[in-house]
Design a protein around this ligand. Sequence first.
Ligand SMILES: [Zn+2]
Length: 204
Amino acid sequence: MNFSSKLLEHAVEEFGKLPGVGKKTALRLVLHLLKQSDAEVGRFTQSIDKLKQEIKYCKTCFNISDMEQCEICASVKRDHGLICVVEDTRDVMAIENTNQFNGVYHVLGGLISPMEGVGPADLKIEGLIDRVKTGNVQEIILALSATMEGDTTIFYLYRKLKEFDVQISTIARGISFGGELEYVDEITLGRSIATRVPYERNVS
Ligand SMILES: [Zn+2]
């Protein structure tokens, strides 16, 4: 792409770094922003600045939150003995949308992926173990993607958690292999949580 301006080129370069945004789309977005009023663009850049500077992660479940503790963890109406373990905030949103789950969450912040250099220490696994250690947790639902990384993470968590007196289950995989949780429709996802199965695996 030959740009008539270095400023334009740099802006397109930055937008092009976003997931799913190619060079052409990046150019379209930048030209669109250029046509907006200063106030409009100001609101746009401020919202990103504020997001990055002020966002918090819940100290209990590590979900994205405006407060030290997220609304779900702070709620007395939720079942705090039932923890649903997910990859990221998008999964919490997807599961909340089903209105089928009344427990609380634990957001790992990713999945174990040797290919991408993500190990257990990079995820919020210790925080989960600490929650289980309190003895107030009866069941853990591992609601992770039906991918290699998801399966590896489930297996690792199972080995870490099996010594505790807690039931471990996985969501029913009506979800096709390679399926990402956030793209599953609400009915299927809601049902897969309701019909979760105990996770058993012969570990030597
Ligand atoms: Zn929380």
